[in-house]
Ligand binder design. Structure first.
Ligand code: FNR
Length: 415
């Protein structure tokens, strides 16, 4: 109602309401490299397109005359009641979008009561973000480092920051093949961005004293990607090494590249984490139903069906197409969250109808951040929530529990 009435009062939105216009406005505002990093995906970007096409293949079939006053969009997740089935996905290197980066997002999230998942690759430390959130809900996303000690340290810090869930991202044990970044010779973290969780960590700082990257530490960026990037960086003066004049930042970046991810990670390793935290552990990047089953067998408290917004594997299944199979396999034993391709409230509705417990919003809030900082993030999220609430009501649902599979039908014509 507020979104509409502010329009009636003659107030224009700060950021475009339409997702396409939002993205285009952000492209105009952001630098070329920054926008390429956020918008881009793996290979030909067919996975990004497929994520959207999958939403178009489902149509909503509303029910009428169901008395939809006083709708309740809340869901319970890990012992906390959330007003909406929506969280802010972990997004790294937010400094490419705005100076205040993660802290602006944290403030917006706290104001709306929407949980923010702090990224391992954040531009601001989890301590700074937590301090900006009061008692509002936040989670921590872990990239499982080569270093056991660093994993322990990140998890301990997340606990003392009041994070309520640990999300382990499994689809980025190596960085995907991203032509937009490669063509610009620009991976932000190679320029010293997005490594605040590391450079603020006592274990990481201690490791800087030692030699960078032992023989057993396989770089999570493949050698060929790294070579291509370094070659391009040399041909684009002022790129890669600009932020790394002094020795320590360069050492930090080197150390980060050699330690941020463990390519050798296996199911058995999850026990290590289980023994070190009492927080619920959620596995992000599950697409195969069989993996969802194995995840629960290994003590995961839930999964996030996600293909990382199409940034990792070109030609991958749309996350939405993977959702029903995982939901069926999990069979209500644990929450199944979803992300990759959510652009508006109707998309949230479709994901919930296909069995998701809640969804995460990715790129759209980053565009809001780029355009108008905290206010931009808040507006983008409010718009998604408002459209979701309207869609619920117009489809005849008073509660999230009433958003069921029979309210969807396959599109008669493919998109
Ligand atoms: C991401 N994503 C991500 N995921 C994660 O677990 N840790 C991270 O640090 C990041 N970083 C990141 C940076 C950028 C620029 C983007 C766009 C995405 C993936 C993110 O959590 C989520 O899965 C996708 O963004 C969802 O897809 P959409 O909604 O953006 O299409």
């Amino acid at each position: 109602t507020e979104v509409y009435t502010s329009g009636l009062a003659g107030r224009l939105p700060t950021v475009p309401v339409d997702p396409g216009r939002l993205e285009r406005a952000a492209r105009r505002k952001m630098g070329r490299r920054a926008f390429a990093y956020v918008v881009g995906g793996a290979g030909s970007e067919s996975t990004i397109r497929e994520n959207r096409a999958a939403f178009e293949r489902w149509r909503i079939v509303p029910r009428v005359l169901r008395g939809v006053v006083g709708r309740d969009a809340s869901v319970e997740l890990f012992g906390r009641r959330l007003s909406y089935p929506l969280l802010l996905a972990p997004v790294g290197v937010l400094e490419v979008a705005h100076r205040e980066a993660d802290v602006a997002v944290a403030r917006a999230a706290a104001r709306l009561g929407v949980p923010f998942i702090f990224s391992s690759q954040a531009s601001k430390t989890m301590e700074e973000c937590a301090a900006a959130m009061g008692s509002a809900p936040r989670w921590f996303q872990l990239y499982w480092s080569e270093s056991d000690e660093l994993v322990e340290s990140f998890v301990a810090r997340a606990e003392s920051c009041g994070c309520e869930v640990i999300v382990v991202t499994l689809d980025t044990i190596m960085l995907g093949w991203r032509p937009r970044d490669l063509d610009l010779g620009s991976l932000p973290f190679l320029r010293g961005m997005g490594i605040a969780q590391y450079t603020s960590d006592p274990v990481f700082r201690r490791s800087l004293a030692g030699p960078a990257g032992g023989a057993s530490e396989r770089p999570p960026v493949t050698p060929s990607t790294l070579r291509a990037l370094l070659g391009l960086a040399r041909r684009h003066p002022g790129g890669l090494l600009r932020n790394l004049r002094s020795g320590e930042p360069l050492a930090a970046v080197r150390r980060f590249v050699s330690t941020y991810s463990r390519t050798s990670l296996r199911w058995e390793d999850l026990a290590f984490l289980r023994e070190r935290t009492r927080l619920p552990v959620l596995l992000k990047g599950i697409l195969h139903p069989e993996d969802a089953r194995i995840a629960l067998e290994h003590g995961a408290d839930g999964v996030i069906v996600s293909n990382h917004g199409g940034r990792q594997v070109d030609g991958e299944i749309a996350a939405l197409d993977a959702l029903p199979g995982v939901v069926e396999e999990v069979g209500g034993r644990a929450p199944v969250l979803f992300d990759s391709g959510i652009r508006g409230g109707a998309d949230v509705f479709k994901a919930l109808a296909l069995g998701a417990t809640a969804v995460c919003l990715g790129r759209p809030y980053v565009y809001g951040l780029a355009l108008a900082g905290e206010r931009g993030v808040a507006e983008v999220v409010e718009n998604v929530l408002a459209e979701f609430d309207l869609t619920m009501g117009l489809a005849g649902c008073r509660s999230v529990a009433e958003i069921s599979r029979d309210l969807l039908a396959p599109a008669a014509t493919p998109p």
